[in-house]
Design a protein around this ligand. Structure first.
Ligand SMILES: [Zn+2]
Length: 472
C-alpha cells in the first residue's frame, strides 16, 4: 500500500460485477443501468473498515506533517505558537493542533503574494491555479502541483463514479473550465471515461438544446439551476420525461438533498437526483451520493482526514449516525498548499451506516452553512429548512426563497422576513403568503413574514441562490 496519489490512481480496474455478490449487483447502480462494471471506483479504499482506513491515513499524515514543518512557514509558525515542537505528531493526536480558518489562509496569501506563506513547493512546481470567488473580499488563489491535480482527480473520480456516472454515461456539464475549482470536474469526467458535453454556465438555451437533442443522459448543475430547468420544461414541453436525461448530479450549494426540491426535479424530469460536495481549499469533489440516495459518501480516503466538531464549542465529536456537527478537514497528501484542521463551515448530519452499495465510508447530508445560520429565540435555524417547507407549495411557488437580515446579528426577532419566489400569476396571492407563514410556524416553530416576489424580479436566476441576504 502506498499513499502516493498517482499510485492509487492507476488502481482502477473496471472489475466485472459478476465476480461480486449477486445480491449487491443493483445496489450501487442507477435505475436502468444494465452495465456489468463494478460500481465502486476504488473498491479497496472505499470499502475498508475503520482500522485499515486509519492506518492508511496515519502513514500518509506522517509524511505530510514533516512536509509542513519543513516547507510551510505558515504552519511552522502556527504550530510553534501552539507549543508543538518539531517532533512527530501522530494522527490520533491531531486534535491537539490548532484549527485553520479561511481568514488565516487569506492572510497567509496577503503576507507573501501571489501564493502566500503556505506555499510548500518551489513556484515552478505550481502547474495549475484556480481562484476563489472572493464573495468576502478580493479573490485568492489555489495552487496545485501535478500530483495535487492528480489527487483531486482521483478523489473526484471516486465521487462522481459513486453517483452512478460510468464510462458509458454522457454528461452535460454546466461547470466552467475555470476560474473556479468546479472546472476540475472536466478532468474527472475524462478520467472516468464518460462522454462530456460542456456548456458554459448561464447558457440555458444551449443546455435545453443539448438535452432535447438527446446529447446527454446526465446533467451536472447547481440545484438552483436544476430546479429552474424543471420549472421551465414543465411549462414549455408536453412531456419533459421523454428526454434521454435520466440522472442529475447537483453540486455547488445545498438543495439537492432537500426532499421538496429533489422530488420536484425527479418527478417533472423523470430522473434520479444525486448530489456531490467539495471544498475549494481541500478538494473540489469530496463527497458523492450513491444511487441509494441516503446522503453523500466521503470519497477522500487516504488523501484527506475528516473530523467532526461541535459547531459551538469546537470539541471533537464521534462520526456516527445522527451526529450533527461541523466538518474539519486535513490534507494527507497535498504538496503545494496543504491545510490542517480547516474549518469548512458546513454543518452536516451523519447518516446511519452501512450503505447497501457496499461502501464503508461515512455518509452525510448538509444541513446548512454556518454563515447562513441564524437564531430565533434560542433555536438555531438553517435556511435550507425553510426551502424544504416552501418547496411543498409548488406549483404556486418556484422553490426559491431567502431570508432577509437587517444587520450582522445572528439572532433575529420574529417575525423573520422571508422572500419567496413565485410565478407571475401568484404575485399578489395573500392567501398563499399566509399559508406559508403558517406552515413555517407549525414545522419550524417560529413566526415569519412572507413577501411573494415574482420570478422576473427575484434576481440572480440560474447558477446559485443566496439563502440569506443582508439589507440594512
Ligand atoms: Zn452508498
Amino acid at each position: 500500500m502506498t499513499s502516493k496519489p498517482n499510485a492509487i490512481s492507476k488502481a482502477h480496474p473496471y472489475r466485472r460485477a459478476s465476480a461480486l455478490n449477486t445480491q449487491q449487483v443493483t445496489a450501487g447502480r442507477l435505475v436502468g443501468d444494465t452495465c456489468d462494471r463494478d460500481w465502486i471506483w476504488d473498491r479497496e479504499v472505499e470499502t475498508e473498515t475503520h482500522e485499515p482506513a486509519f492506518a492508511r491515513a496515519a502513514s500518509a499524515w506522517e509524511k505530510q506533517f514533516r512536509h509542513l514543518m519543513d516547507r510551510s512557514p505558515f504552519y511552522a509558525h502556527k504550530f510553534r505558537e501552539a507549543g508543538i515542537g518539531q517532533n512527530h505528531l501522530p494522527l490520533k493526536e491531531i486534535a491537539n493542533l490548532p484549527f485553520t480558518t479561511k481568514a488565516e489562509l487569506k492572510e497567509a496569501i496577503d503576507e507573501d503574494p501571489p501564493f502566500g506563506s503556505n506555499l510548500c513547493v518551489a513556484p515552478e512546481q505550481v502547474k495549475r491555479i484556480y481562484q476563489t470567488s472572493g464573495t468576502t473580499g478580493a479573490p485568492s488563489v489555489l495552487a496545485l502541483t501535478r500530483a495535487d491535480m492528480d489527487m483531486w482527480t482521483v478523489i473526484g473520480a471516486r465521487t462522481y463514479f459513486a453517483t452512478g456516472i460510468h464510462d458509458h454515461s454522457s454528461v452535460l456539464t454546466t461547470f466552467g473550465a475555470g476560474p473556479f475549482v468546479a472546472g476540475h470536474t472536466h478532468f474527472v469526467l475524462s478520467r472516468i471515461g464518460s462522454r462530456s458535453v460542456p456548456v458554459a454556465p448561464g447558457d440555458t438555451d444551449r443546455v435545453i438544446f443539448g438535452l432535447k437533442a438527446g446529447l446527454a443522459d446526465t446533467l451536472l448543475s447547481t440545484p438552483s439551476f436544476a430546479q429552474y430547468l424543471a420549472n421551465r420544461l414543465e411549462k414549455s414541453e408536453p412531456n419533459p420525461k421523454s428526454m434521454a436525461l435520466s440522472h442529475i448530479v447537483t453540486g455547488g450549494e445545498p438543495g439537492g438533498g432537500v426532499p421538496a426540491i429533489r422530488d420536484h426535479i425527479q418527478t417533472v424530469l423523470g430522473v434520479t437526483v444525486t448530489e456531490v460536495m467539495g471544498i475549494g481549499d481541500i478538494a473540489p469533489s469530496l463527497f458523492g451520493e450513491c444511487p441509494q440516495q441516503q446522503g453523500m459518501h466521503f470519497c477522500g480516503g487516504g488523501h484527506v482526514w475528516v473530523e467532526l466538531v461541535d459547531p459551538d464549542s469546537r470539541e471533537p465529536m464521534t462520526i456516527e449516525g445522527g451526529a450533527l456537527g461541523e466538518l474539519v478537514y486535513t490534507h494527507l497528501t497535498r504538496e503545494a498548499m496543504p491545510v490542517v484542521r480547516f474549518l469548512g463551515g458546513d454543518i452536516v448530519r451523519i447518516e446511519g451506516s452501512p450503505c447497501a452499495c457496499g461502501r464503508a465510508t461515512f455518509r452525510m447530508r448538509v444541513v446548512g452553512r454556518l454563515d447562513d445560520m441564524f437564531i430565533v429565540r434560542g433555536v438555531n435555524v438553517y435556511p435550507t429548512a425553510i426551502l424544504a417547507v416552501v418547496g411543498e407549495f409548488r406549483p404556486r411557488v418556484t422553490g426559491r426563497a431567502r431570508v432577509i437580515r437587517k444587520g450582522p446579528e445572528v439572532s433575529i426577532l420574529p417575525p423573520v422576513p422571508i422572500e419567496v419566489e413565485v410565478p407571475a400569476a401568484h404575485g399578489s396571492d395573500a392567501a398563499l403568503a399566509a399559508e406559508i407563514e403558517n406552515a413555517v410556524h407549525t414545522r419550524l416553530t417560529f413566526r415569519c413574514k412572507v413577501e411573494l416576489i415574482p420570478e422576473a424580479t427575484f434576481g440572480e436566476s440560474g447558477y446559485k441562490t443566496k439563502l440569506t441576504v443582508t439589507r440594512l
